[in-house]
Design a protein around this ligand. Structure first.
Ligand code: GLY
Length: 382
């Protein structure tokens, strides 16, 4: 009989931002340490846990118990706020309700907000924490793979506007991230796979050895255990290093947008719905970015094929023809691309690649080249 998986010693990754530095604690069962860690960082703090109706039934009781268990270390009381799930929660309406709730519960600057959920809860609760009383500390407890390797780290907080995603927000760093890998055991497979696109992204953008490791070990990452923890820790280390260099995305942080210009356009065209999850859109976007790079002679076609081959091997989509309900039209795609990343005199900013692990920011991509490339891809898709 196989031994049950137990809580592991955590891997701790430092996000080095001077006096705003914080730890990302990665490991199985680490949610249980939430209260003790908050107590050590902010003795005597009141804690408000924000979650959503999908995550709360699975993990809220454990999070509350973890905070109470930490009382000996100094965290005093805990209350909970549960919001509706889904992207539509990242709105002014829910932000306003959440801020009112936090103030009504007398959450003050010496207290702590905990975001227990995926990217939506992390972005919304982080933004509320940034603005309530001009800034309350917050802790990210990401419950999806995507949030563990990307959105919970680096301090981007936001809500959406009718004009687009994440257009209203703030850079506001958490004081701690706890990525409990056991929380991923209950994720639907499709959601885990979509999050894996962001894991592969770190290999593709800057770490060829990690990409080769993923090619050899991805099945173990999906299965759980030490390989999953290694993949999450390597992704968090990569993100922490980039954020430490360029917190406010004036340079290197843009590399994290590999696949996102094409991907965001496809996601918007699919109505931010279950037709195409964010990670699936990024998977297609990364495949397009590698193909486009090969077409521009930046890397050999065989190298682009290798990148795309791995994305496809894990079961992620790599072609626009795979989008449920159909691909966007060429005009629609180009309009959405122009909205996502401003066109300046007909030039677009894209993250392109000179090889696996060697992405760069190209600020001068001709919109006509992108149009011609997408026209060809859409012909193949239909
Ligand atoms: N998700 C991209 C970033 O944090 O910059």
């Amino acid at each position: 009989m196989t031994a049950p998986l137990r809580a592991s010693d955590p891997i701790v990754v430092d996000v080095a931002l001077g006096d705003r530095s914080y730890d990302i604690v990665i490991g199985r069962g680490q949610l249980a340490s939430l209260g003790a860690r908050i107590g050590r960082l902010r003795p005597g703090a009141k804690v408000a846990i924000v979650s959503d109706e999908n995550v709360a039934p699975r993990h809220l009781d454990a999070a509350v118990a973890a905070v109470k268990n930490g009382a000996a270390q100094g965290s005093t009381s805990v209350s909970t706020i549960v919001l509706p799930p889904g992207e539509s929660t990242k709105s002014f309406t829910h932000l306003s309700k959440l801020c009112d709730e936090l103030i009504a519960r007398r959450i003050e600057r010496s207290d702590v907000v905990v975001a227990l959920g995926g990217g939506v809860i992390g972005d919304l609760a982080g933004f509320a924490a940034a603005i309530v009383r001009r800034g309350v500390d917050y802790v990210q407890v990401p419950t999806s793979l995507l949030a563990q390797v990307d959105s919970s780290v680096g301090g981007k907080t936001a809500i959406d506007s009718p004009q687009g995603k994440n257009l209203i927000g703030a850079f506001y760093q958490p004081i701690l991230v706890i990525a409990d890998t056991a929380l991923l055991d209950t994720l639907p497979e499709r959601e885990f796979r979509a999050g894996y696109a962001e894991v592969a992204k770190y290999g593709l953008l800057g770490d060829a050895a990690f990409f080769a490791w993923l090619e050899a070990n991805w099945k173990d990452v999906f299965a759980g255990g030490p390989a999953r923890e290694h993949a999450i820790a390597t992704s968090c280390r990569a993100k922490a290093a980039i954020v430490a260099r360029d917190e406010r995305e004036t340079g290197d942080r843009m590399l994290l947008n590999l696949g996102h210009t094409f991907g965001h356009a496809l996601e918007a065209a699919a109505g931010y719905s279950d037709r195409l999850l964010h990670g699936e859109a990024i998977a297609i976007g990364m495949a397009l970015a590698f193909e486009f790079s090969a077409r521009r002679g930046l890397l050999a076609k065989a190298e682009a094929d290798r990148a795309i081959g791995h994305i496809a091997a894990v079961g992620l989509p790599t072609r626009m023809g795979q989008i449920e309900g159909g691909a966007p039209t060429l005009d629609q795609a180009m309009e959405l691309i122009a909205q996502d990343k401003k066109v300046s005199r007909g030039k677009l900013t894209f993250i392109l690649a000179r090889g696996i692990g060697n992405a760069f920011v190209a600020k001068d991509v001709d919109a006509q080249d992108v149009r011609a490339f997408l026209a060809d891809k859409l012909k193949q898709a239909n």
